[in-house]
Design a binder for this molecule. Sequence first.
Ligand SMILES: Cc1cc2nc3c(=O)[nH]c(=O)nc-3n(C[C@H](O)[C@H](O)[C@H](O)COP(=O)(O)OP(=O)(O)OC[C@H]3O[C@@H](n4cnc5c(N)ncnc54)[C@H](O)[C@@H]3O)c2cc1C
Length: 425
Amino acid sequence: MKVLVLGAGVVGIATAYFLWRDGHDVVVVDRQAGPGRETSYGNAGGLCPSFAGPWAAPGMVAKVLKMSMQPDSPIRFSLGLDPRKIQWIIRWMQQCTPDHFRVNKLRMQRVAHYSLRCLKGIAAEAPLTDFDFHDGGTLQIFRTDAELEIGRLSAKALDEFGVPWKLLGPQELAAVEPAMAHSTVAVAGALHMPADASGDSYKFVNELAAFLAARGVTFQYDTQVQLIRTAGGQVESVLTDRGAMQADSYVVALGSHAPFLVSPLGIRLPVYPLKGYSITVPVIEGQDDGAATAVPRVAIMDEHNKIMMSRLGNRIRAAGMAELTGYGLELDANRQALIERVVKELIPTGLDFGKVEFWAGLRPMTPDGPPILGRTQYPNLFLNSGHGSNGWTQSCGTGKIVADIVHGRTPEIDLDGLTAERFRA
Ligand SMILES: Cc1cc2nc3c(=O)[nH]c(=O)nc-3n(C[C@H](O)[C@H](O)[C@H](O)COP(=O)(O)OP(=O)(O)OC[C@H]3O[C@@H](n4cnc5c(N)ncnc54)[C@H](O)[C@@H]3O)c2cc1C
């Protein structure tokens, strides 16, 4: 069967891999000049099933409102007149109850743990060796006693999800991450979640796309998808700025932009962008001598500033901020300064801040948290959308799930709460 995958981000490329593995004739199309050039380019690098959970959490509405009024807040919010955004916000607010949170978190945990196993499977099978993968877990650090108390409570909740964790006092941090001995931050405590990992999704996507291209998968870049055409109740072709493209089946993996292409077909995808920023800073050569290394290896989440950082080979990637302000990708120098300040506090030596790369991206958020996978009312059109702030973590599992559905096979995990069905209720 010929399958056209729309979108060459980490979600589209992972889907293409599993479709190729099933023996399909796969074509991937993207408007960029290569794979992984939009949201999959500069994310924080965290492969963190332990963290996978919805943005819609109890107390979040008040927190967002309060924080968005503070200068230098990681959250920015504008109402505007976009009806899609207003509808998204209403749905998001409705999901911020303890019961919804628990259900949504369980759904996301189901996908995220499965997904990390799928990623490790691809990396071993292909094999992929060049995406700065590190299997050392995440260290969530708390700067105040109040934050630590919340961390203690959320750690207990991790048991329900079967996530291993250990609460550490300030003196125990260096045993997990020796570089923390150099930090200038007064830490009240930390949570170590050893099941997590980190890696560079852009490098992963490029290595995997090259692997697939060498095995017959076709990549058509610099091609803007303009319209999905239907006839007789199914997709007949896709119109692009370089002509029409035809296949037997079609997978939509267009990140935050998916709703624009499917809404003319009557498919209302509640996916809206949540903008974030990252900096990438090179490690100064010679800083990695044995245990005295000043630059962390494990992924670190600074809970106080909501900034996540990962060691990606000879670089540190740090990302954060949550702006519900539309589709713009403008770079805000104040945001860069804030992330740099946090990184300098945690990693005061060993990084070359003269060579910082600054980036912004759009997390494709669903109001409840889990992605939207699988079938539509068109029998040959499939969705792989709405991966939000955990899309790198969830990409390989969702790629496998959607490829299984396209192939006509039952996915290996339960799809309850992971399809577009939940928004029709
Ligand atoms: C600041 C930040 C930090 C993050 N940190 C993490 C993290 O630590 N861990 C984690 O798991 N996730 C993280 N994420 C989330 C993760 O990066 C995303 O969920 C994931 O990259 C989404 O992948 P995607 O393939 O769906 O979207 P994209 O990577 O955006 O891919 C969509 C593709 O579709 C193409 N496209 C769109 N419209 C068209 C069109 N009309 N025609 C042709 N092509 C089109 C685009 O060019 C793009 O290549 C972070 C995100 C941000 C912004």
